[in-house]
Design a protein around this ligand. Structure first.
Ligand code: GLP
Length: 245
């Protein structure tokens, strides 16, 4: 399958999926921040789904700077968690990490915490009208949130066991002080119900998996391929991540 996109900075699209390739980290963060600002301008009370991980860090720093400067206001929005470790000490919880990185500095007070009671999480999310924008990172093995390879397209919010690769990647993030074994994740079906999806991809380590997500047959062997079935997905990638496209 061919894919018409140049790794040069710019825009390309395939079906409903748009790819924006940026030149610098600042431009990458600015492009993602602009998507978010656009959604919030149209609907200030929108629910945004927030991922953890190292990929979104430049975006979160840019949002904090803009909020402090008064040029970005997300204080009326609502936040939903994408995933969380099971049985993690509070200091390693995704909830605490997101509160510090994003919600507190941006003045977001209404947060839906994800727990092992996936049905209740989804019930509340539905009463909120779902996520207007779901931000996502891309796992090196093609996972989305903690939907590891093998996850079904109709999966809902649930507890999952992590693969050794994902557990190691998460342990590295915490400098080896904590290694998760299990997590709760929004299901693929839940994620695909968001009105819009912004997939954040950064760095040479993601070049191979980004190419695979766009070229491989859609299926549970690479859950990120399911995003191609969504009607409104934008990928913001830096040149390193777009190198194999
Ligand atoms: C983690 C998280 C995901 C994240 C992904 C990529 O395991 N569960 O939500 O998007 O893996 O992480 P990173 O951005 O650090 O590469």
């Amino acid at each position: 399958m061919s894919f018409a996109v140049s790794p040069q900075p710019g825009h390309a699209s395939r079906g409903n999926l748009r790819i924006q390739v940026t030149q610098s980290q600042d431009q990458w963060a600015a492009a993602a921040a602009e998507h978010l600002a656009c959604v919030l301008r149209a609907k200030p009370e929108a629910c945004i789904g927030w991922p953890t991980g190292s990929t979104p860090l430049p975006l979160y720093a840019a949002l904090r700077r803009r909020a402090a400067a008064g040029t970005f206001d997300a204080s009326g929005s609502r936040a939903a968690m994408l995933d969380e470790y099971v049985n993690a000490p509070e200091e390693f919880s995704s909830y605490r990490w997101l509160r510090r990185q994003v919600w507190a500095p941006l003045g977001i007070a209404t947060v839906l915490r994800i727990t092992e009671d996936g049905e209740e999480f989804e019930r509340v999310l539905r009463t909120w009208g779902g996520c207007a924008l779901q931000l996502l990172g891309l796992g090196a093995n093609g996972h989305i949130a903690f939907n590891e390879p093998g996850a079904a397209v109709d999966s809902r919010t649930r507890a999952v066991k992590l693969t050794a690769e994902t557990a190691a990647a998460n342990a590295a993030y915490w400098g080896g002080r904590f290694t998760p074994a299990e997590a709760v994740t929004m299901g693929m079906a839940t994620i695909l119900e968001a009105s819009a999806i912004l997939l954040l991809v950064r760095g040479a380590a993601k070049a191979g998996v980004l190419r695979r997500m766009l070229q491989e047959p859609i299926g549970p062997q690479l859950p990120a391929t399911f995003l191609r079935e969504h009607k409104n997905v934008t990928i913001v990638a830096d040149q390193e991540a777009a190198a194999e496209l």
